[in-house]
Write a protein that binds this ligand. Sequence first.
Ligand code: IDP
Ligand code: MG
Length: 135
Amino acid sequence: MERTFIICKPDSVERGLVGQILSRFETKGFVIVAAELRTLDADTLGQHYEEHVGKGFYDDLVAFMSRGPALVAVLEGPEGTWATVREMMGATNPMLAAPGTIRGDLGTIFTENLIHGSDSAESAAREISIFFPDL
Ligand code: IDP
Ligand code: MG
């Protein structure tokens, strides 16, 4: 089995879409092994988004991601789960994300794109250790 990390971003919580998003993953067959609503701080986000620190959109990203509670969670499934979760999320820009994906069906705003998912097995391990160090 393999684990990956997701965040239902503050826009998901504000818009009441967390249940629908988690339901897609549960219906697919992935298992939620940890989940918690948390308001994320700039320090934690700096670790999580280390590859984006200093980019033009970074300050907006941190302001958005810390403006209210987010749902941080770990999903488990067969090998390749991180990649399938990314497929189900859709492209980063919701205006370009395919219909049938979470971002394609539910969003229009680039930064406020509803969901984060780890982009490799290594990222998943790193991100799980930041948010759920006891797992
Ligand atoms: P990903 O979430 O699809 O992996 P990344 O490139 O890792 O996309 O970017 C992290 C997050 O930063 C995105 O999900 C989005 O919220 C935000 N972001 C990335 N690029 C831009 C941009 O060019 N404009 C605005 N926000 C962006
Ligand atoms: Mg990314």
